[in-house]
Design a protein. Sequence first.
Lengths: 187, 156
Amino acid sequence: MKKLVLTTVVLTVFALTAFKPIANKLISKDTHISFYSHTAIEDITANNYKVVSTIDTSTGDVVYSVPMQSFEFEKAMMQKHYNSKKFLDTKKFPKAKFTGKISNINDVDFNKDGSYEVQVAGDLTIKGETQALNEKATITVEAGKVTLDSKMNIVLANFGVTFSGGKPSTNIAKEIEVTLKAVYGKE
Amino acid sequence: MGKRTKIITAILGFGLLIVIGVAYYMFNMPQRDVQSAKTDFSLSSSEIVNQYLADANIANEKYLQEEGDSKILAVTGKVFAISEDLNNQKVILLKDSSEKAGVSCTFTKETNKNAENLQIGETITIKGVIRSGAGFDEDLDLYEDVIMEKCDVIRE
């Protein structure tokens, strides 16, 4: 009898641990974020390929960690301005971060090829300032590979990036377009 | 027009040309050539990772530069992984298997070919510019690597 109880306990514990929710974390270090600023005077583009991101396919949690000094500009002068204390102050704030949730994660079948429209809501922190963000994104599943694409507009002043005068105030748009792509794999 | 006025006009004109020239140069100044610039620090991948894990603020103070022209490092370590990013640049992860994080080194179109014949486990030295440090990120629930870009393999 004792043996039977013990066996039952062992089996129950085993069954419970074996069926605990499996961590469904997808990781991406294969990313591209670019931003584009358009004014009548000039267009400015910068590219960053060093973003790290995770998606939890069961809860819909998404995280993006953006190393700010990895944005590469066409002109050295633009890059210096961008990194400087007056603008993004990347020495003091080396990373920007987005943490959020895909509200309709259950609509995405990660085991089936297809393209899914998702809604992502969360907080974006740049230069120590946090703002709520609510954007559309597309998740594409193809041959086991998961890709997320999104495009959004960001108002620089919301993150304490303001230009009071001189060239930057005329050459940099108040609102910039950010394009994001991340290709995910299993942990 | 008197002789004097002519000379003044000539000087002013010349001065203006110089100002325009300097402004034009500043505006179009090329990006820093990391590979031909002097190496600021030579160290192992474990050393830089451990400096960041010990105190990221001190390490950022030491390695990052305000206008983005951060320190140029020559990092020696074991090749842990070889991949390619979305810009078709080779990415070599230098990492000791006992360490929690490594140094992720992105090559360029020009230096890609030097990363092609590397073997996993091989010990090499890579020179590049540091972009950000290593650390545990609670949201990602992962250790992030030190990031270096504009990399190339250097041979002593």
